[in-house]
Design a protein around this ligand. Structure first.
Ligand code: SAH
Ligand code: SF4
Length: 371
């Protein structure tokens, strides 16, 4: 059985021709699955009954299962998905006045082990499949009512997608690119390249491939202005140091849908947040057209880092702005639902290992989420 959510338009076309069917079937099924959220072949009414029967024997439409769905007081909604083998991943929906952003995971765990990251501390389990990446959006759209026939506005509830959840998208490049193609495809989610953002810790060769294969908006996790500090916070820096990363950003901008790169910078008390660091950041990024997103550190159990105090974050932002660099500070949202990326999934994983009775754990979690 093949999961049709694993295939983009080209893959589906190949699937149908491989079974002696016309290529336009790919477009029909793509629309049913992604535009209308349909998983049941019997409901795909413009497809001949004989083909529907054949599809049932060959394929299925299987998104990952939602095992928790928590709504924070500020409207942020966090979803937890079971991806099998004791692994769970998260997606977070962040509603704002003029848009709705969904933050999606690309791996269960992460191998890159950044020192301040809860996901990194869980180690690497595996890459998510295309169905598991896109299936997060599919499930969230269902949960938000975006697939309801009456919900004409609902169609636009998720207006932006950011690959900034658990995992390093560029370490799972093939599946990430195929998932991106579905996000952009007019027969699927039809998002513009500017409204889809990939966040990377700086895998330089993969940044070049993304630029050539499917350029979308790019965010780069900078977090430190010199190699000594970045080696410590973002260990992949030892392989791709800052001068290579800055050159890769400049190459990316040649084809990027936006004319700037967003640098993410986690604000860690006493580590990377001084005025001297801000000046070093400005010097480092002088030749890259960029904006900054300062992220107040989200603490999680077991970490020794602390969030920079608000006045210091403000001062850091002011110094960047004074040199003409746009710097926004991320609102800390969803604090009451374990906002730190990977935190909720980490709890499920821990308890799973302790009890070795996963179904019970998930059940318990669902009760907590609803209660
Ligand atoms: N692996 C990719 C994308 C996922 S992480 C990357 O590293 O860019 C998304 C963002 O959250 C990154 O900028 C990451 O550095 C940041 N982040 C990770 N842990 C954090 C924490 N505890 N508090 C604040 N930001 C964190
Ligand atoms: Fe992986 Fe990103 Fe976390 Fe680093 S910050 S460990 S790259 S998920």
């Amino acid at each position: 059985m093949i999961n049709l959510l694993d295939l983009d338009a080209a893959g589906l076309t190949a699937f149908f021709s491989g079974h002696g069917e016309k290529p336009f079937r790919a477009r029909q099924v793509l629309r049913w699955m992604h535009r209308f959220g349909q998983a049941d072949f019997d409901a795909m009414s413009d497809i001949a009954r004989s083909l529907r029967e054949k599809l049932k024997t060959l394929a299925l439409v299987a998104p990952p299962t939602v095992v928790a769905d928590r709504l924070a007081e500020d409207g942020t909604r966090k979803f937890l998905f079971d991806v099998g083998g004791g692994n769970a991943v998260e997606a977070v929906f962040i509603p704002e006045d003029d848009r709705g952003t969904l933050c999606v995971s690309t791996q269960a765990g992460c191998a890159l082990d950044c020192s301040f990251c809860s996901t990194g501390k869980q180690g690497f389990n595996r890459n998510l499949t295309v169905a598991e990446i896109v299936g997060q959006l599919w499930q969230v759209r269902h949960a938000l009512g975006a697939y309801q026939p009456a919900a004409t506005v609902g169609e636009r509830v998720v207006s932006n997608v950011v690959l900034m959840g658990m995992g390093e998208p560029l370490a799972n490049l093939d599946n990430t690119v195929m998932a991106l193609r579905l996000l952009l495809d007019d027969n699927a989610y039809g998002l513009s390249r500017r409204r889809v953002t990939v966040s990377t810790s700086g895998l330089v060769p993969a940044m070049d491939r993304l630029r050539d294969e499917c350029p979308v908006a790019l965010a780069v996790s900078l977090h430190a202005p010199n190699d000594r500090l970045r080696d410590e916070l973002v260990p992949i820096n030892r392989k791709y140091p800052l001068h290579e990363l800055m050159a890769a950003c400049r190459r990316y901008l040649e084809k990027a849908p936006r004319d700037f790169v967003t640098f993410e910078y986690v604000m860690l008390d006493g580590i990377n947040d001084s005025e001297a660091h801000a000046r070093e950041v400005l010097a480092l990024t002088r030749d890259v057209s960029c904006k900054f997103n300062l992220i107040p550190f989200n603490p999680f159990p077991g970490t020794s880092y602390r969030r920079s105090p608000a006045p210091r974050i403000r001062r850091f932002a002011e110094l960047l702005m004074a040199s003409g660099v746009v710097a926004t500070t991320r609102k800390t949202r969803g604090d009451d639902i374990d906002a730190a990326c990977g935190q909720l999934a980490g709890q499920v994983l821990d308890r799973t290992q302790r009890t070795a009775r996963r179904s019970f754990v998930i059940h318990q979690h669902r009760q907590e989420a609803c209660g």
